[in-house]
Every structure is written in C-alpha cells, then in structure tokens.
Design a binder for this molecule. Structure first.
Ligand code: BDR
Ligand code: CA
Length: 313
C-alpha cells in the first residue's frame, strides 16, 4: 500500500463530523495527525467536548485535540442547534469525556505542523466554518504553499443553500474566512451540498450501522436517527445527508466521486446572498479554476465502505 496520507481534521462536531472522524480513525489510507476544533454547529467548548467524546468512543484517547477559534473573523457566531441538538451531538447517550486537550491553540498547531513537515506533505480537512484555516493563513502566509491539499465540506451550486436560500452553513458562518481560503492558492477540493445531499442515510443503510452490534455502530445509528428528523421534515428526503464523511470518503476512495475543476468565488458583501459559493460549473467566465468541485458520488459504494470501516472500530 502507498504511504498513508497525513491529515489534520478541522471540525465543529456535529453528528456528521463525528462519523467523519470515526471513518478517518478506521482507515489506513490516512494518518490523523491531530484534530482542531472550531465554533460552528455549537459553540467552541461544545465542539471540543464532542471531539473528545468521539475519540473516546473509538478508544483513541491518544488523539491530539487542539481547541481553535471561538468566533468567526468579523461576525457574530451563528450556530445550528436546530439541526444537531443542544449539545451538537444529540442522539446517543455517551459518557462525559475525560481525555485531555492540548494546551496549544489550534491555529498555532496548524502553522507549526505545516512548517515542521516536508513541503506539501499534509492535507487539511475542514468540516466546519473556515475560521481556523483562514486565521492560520493570515498569521503565517508562508504555509499556503506548504499545504498538500485542502479537502473541505462546504458550499453548493445546484443545491444552492441550506442555512439561507443561497448559502451552505459552513461558508455562511464565516464567509470572510472562506474567501481567504479559496483565494490562498493551495489545491482545494470541495465537497458541496450537491454531492452530500446524495449521501443519504436511508433506513437500510442505518440498519447496517446498527447491525454492526458494536458501541460505534450503535452510536452512529443513533446519531443519524437524531440528525435525520431535520432533513426529513425539510426536504422530505430518504434520510440524513452525511455531509462531512464525504471529505474522508473522497480521500480514501476518490474513485467513488466525480467533479469539475472550476472557479469558485465567495460572496461576502450582499446581505441577501452572504456566504454563497459562486461556482462557475458551466465555465461561463474566464476566471481561473481554483477548486475541484465535486458533484456526484457512488452512494452505495460509499456506504458499503463506511460500514466496512466502522466495523473495525
Ligand atoms: C455542514 O454544516 C454542518 O451542520 C454539518 O456538520 C456540515 O459540516 C453542512 O452544511
Ligand atoms: Ca461540520
């Protein structure tokens, strides 16, 4: 097997973030160097708590977790308890975590790790608002060319928006941060709602998790049971979209995904369309491509892989 790809997960757990972390911990194709947490779905103290809960669920108290930014670069934090519940991880009853977090700030951890490693040897995997990554780029512009790739969940073109009519949550919460990241020059792959809304946990797919008969399998099934009520009511879809696990799925099995290299700009000015990802899917401008924008996936293949990997934990 080729060498495992070194990754840092930047996250605001969130049930779907939790499944992404579990998938990474179960997959030999990636080596998880550390987790940085950010305010997003719920405030920072809760996202940090939830990251610890998830690592303990996987019996991985050794994972290095660093708390990052408490609020967006220039705006008031918008959270999503209406989707994820009061704790951000509502659904399963899991023990209060006891594993420690690191003293260093998440942003400094990102900077130091990128500077210490060989050039282009670390992939950043943002699963929440892009505040930590943008702050790192602002503080240390030299890291942009050291990043192997940024593979992030955020944005939408055909699906337009989920938190407003035109914006996806992660980009909407901190559009200025998103703009800094999309303009930074590092290779970027985007898993937008266009693809994550095709990664639906249908009842048989959730039964496959539950039927693993393990604490992880049961917890994942209970997380998506909770998480899905929101999307069932809103979209009438067949199940909850597993947004963030698509990032890790793409890294470990890129053949399951397809997209286009296109230009993506972030709307930061308009109150009406704040956080919109203006994605030139049809190539109608001559703006240069700055992102690989994923549009489709083999959902059956993805869920088979997910169940197979979660079974290992
Ligand atoms: C994104 O927003 C959050 O609620 C999810 O965890 C995911 O990262 C989907 O819009
Ligand atoms: Ca998330």
């Amino acid at each position: 097997m080729t060498q495992a790809r070194k990754i840092i997960i930047d996250t605001d757990p969130g049930q779907d973030d939790a499944v992404a972390i579990l998938l990474a911990l179960a997959s030999p194709e990636v080596e998880l160097l550390g987790i940085t947490t950010v305010a997003g779905n719920v405030p920072l103290d809760l996202t940090t708590r939830n990251a610890r809960i998830v690592c303990e669920l996987a019996n991985r108290r050794d994972v290095a977790i660093y708390a990052g930014c408490e609020r967006p670069l220039g705006r008031t934090l918008v959270t999503a308890e209406h989707v994820h519940g009061k704790t951000g991880l509502d659904g399963p009853v899991l023990p209060e975590p006891t594993m420690p977090i690191k003293d260093q700030h998440g942003v400094d951890y990102i900077i130091d790790t990128l500077r210490a490693a060989p050039e282009k040897s670390i992939t950043l995997c943002p699963l929440g608002p892009l505040t930590n990554i943008a702050t790192a780029l602002q503080k240390a512009p030299d890291i942009a060319e050291r990043i192997q790739e940024i593979v992030l969940m955020g944005g939408a073109y055909f699906e337009v928006g989920n938190i407003t009519p035109t914006a996806e949550f992660n980009i909407y919460v901190d559009p200025e941060a998103a703009k800094i990241v999309f303009d930074c020059g590092a290779p970027i792959t985007v898993l937008p709602l266009d693809v994550t809304h095709k990664a639906l946990v249908t009842p048989p797919r959730n039964d496959a998790f539950r039927d693993l008969g393990t604490p992880v399998g049961r917890a994942v099934a209970e997380m998506t049971d909770f998480f899905e009520r929101f999307d069932l009511e809103k979209y009438g879809s067949e199940g909850a979209p597993l947004h963030d696990p698509c990032v890790i799925g793409y890294l470990i099995a890129p053949k399951l995904f397809s997209g286009r290299k296109i230009n993506v700009e972030i709307e930061t000015q308009s109150d009406l369309t704040r956080g919109m990802t203006v994605a030139d899917w049809w190539g109608v401008t001559d703006r240069p491509a700055n992102a690989y924008f994923i549009g489709d996936l083999d959902a059956d293949g993805f869920f088979a892989l997910l169940a197979e990997r979660l079974a290992k934990l």
